[in-house]
Design a protein around this ligand. Structure first.
Ligand SMILES: *Cc1c(COP(=O)(O)O)cnc(C)c1O
Length: 359
């Protein structure tokens, strides 16, 4: 007789309460929930891409070291290719950081922030520790350093400019963290093309600095999953131990190279998005009850007197998808991505309508 099989006896106790990530796909909506670039690829990028795809055969495994891409990234960022790892989105690189340095250790996360740090810390068997930001969302440097001095802390994760609050960290605060801890300081610069001061110049002086970047936001490549990480070579070598050999497929490597070569076109789009953001911000400020946190990114955090879930649901009923980010420090808050001018105008009209509805 077969032995009775009990899956629950085999699962990891530390992951029992973890829910699979659900991005709530809702086809057919005006999509302002994921901070993507709302504009199609410039024609220049499109034709360059088609040329690449035509000349390539996909029967061989991709370059595991993504050498062409890393050379281009080196030129873009001003560091050497040896200081760069490319990943299947920066999400993958967050997991690698947790696997290489987090497992069995404590990882400090300046909250409220991007949810993936906590999720990947837990998957890797690291213990995520929230260190709340100050009421104005600035880093609580004293508290971070105090927590970092406790045993078993291997990493501090700082998102700057921060998602979902939109503010950038002060360079002096980041430097105080780098100088004041023996742990790694990971700075996620996913939105750096939109605003804030990059930490790249600090790489030369601080071997404990790790910078995460992505092509998913300013460079419009969210669908092809390309991120990268900048760090001192000993850090890179540890990360290479846990890296999947063929993590970045040929298609994505080529597309990433293409958008970087055409980066000036994307910088023009970034300018356009930031201009559209000002119009959106002014429009939102005119709606009674709506309090907007302007930030320096391609999205806006805002608070209303209504429960965030009510605002979220009512907007969904109007065909608009944004993100409910309500939680500790973000009571009644939502986040809207800057869309095209047409999308922003519809969002403004619908938000006004939603705010005028009876409770
Ligand atoms: C969107 C985002 C990323 C990007 O992740 P990818 O996996 O590169 O698409 C990383 N960090 C933050 C804070 C983000 O908001």
């Amino acid at each position: 007789m077969a032995l009775s099989f009990d899956l629950s006896a085999l699962t990891r106790p530390d992951l029992r309460d973890l829910q699979p990530y659900d991005p709530h796909p809702m086809p057919g909506m005006i999509k302002l929930d994921a901070n993507e670039n709302p504009f199609d690829f410039p024609e220049e990028v499109r034709s360059y891409l088609w040329k690449c795809f035509h000349s390539e055969s996909f029967t061989r495994y991709p370059d595991p070291a993504a050498q062409d891409l890393r050379r281009e990234l080196a030129e873009y960022t001003g560091v050497t290719a040896e200081n760069i790892i490319a990943g299947n989105g920066s999400d993958e690189l967050i997991l690698y950081l947790m696997l290489a340095f987090g497992t069995g250790r404590r990882v400090l996360i300046a909250t409220p922030t991007f949810s993936m740090y906590r999720i990947h810390a837990r998957i890797a068997g690291a213990q995520p520790v929230d260190v709340p930001r100050l009421p104005n969302f600035a880093l609580d440097v004293d508290r971070l350093l105090e927590e970092a001095a406790r045993p078993e802390v291997s990493m501090l994760v700082i998102c700057s400019p921060n998602n979902p609050t939109g503010n950038a960290a002060l360079p002096a605060d980041i430097e105080a963290l780098l100088a004041g801890t023996r742990a790694l300081v990971v700075v996620d610069e996913a939105y750096i093309e939109f605003g804030g001061v990059s930490c790249v110049p600090l790489l030369k002086r601080y071997p404990n600095l790790v910078i995460l970047r992505t092509l998913s936001k300013a460079f419009g490549l969210a669908g092809l999953r390309v991120g990268y990480l900048l760090a001192d070579q000993p850090v890179i070598r540890e990360l290479l131990k846990v890296k999947q050999p063929f993590n970045l497929n040929d298609f994505s490597q080529m597309a990433a190279l293409a958008v970087l070569k055409c980066r000036e076109s994307f910088f023009s789009l970034v300018e356009k998005i930031l201009q559209n953001k000002m119009v959106l911000l002014e429009g939102m400020n005119e709606i009674p009850g709506v309090e907007v946190f302007p930030g320096v990114t391609n999205f806006l955090l805002f608070r209303t007197p209504l429960p965030a879930e009510t605002v979220y649901r009512r907007l969904v009923d109007q065909g608009i998808l944004i993100r409910n980010v309500a939680g500790p420090g973000l009571e009644r808050c939502l986040r809207v991505t800057v869309g095209t001018p047409e999308e922003n105008a519809i969002f403004l009209a619908k938000l006004k309508l939603v705010m005028e509805m009876a409770e």
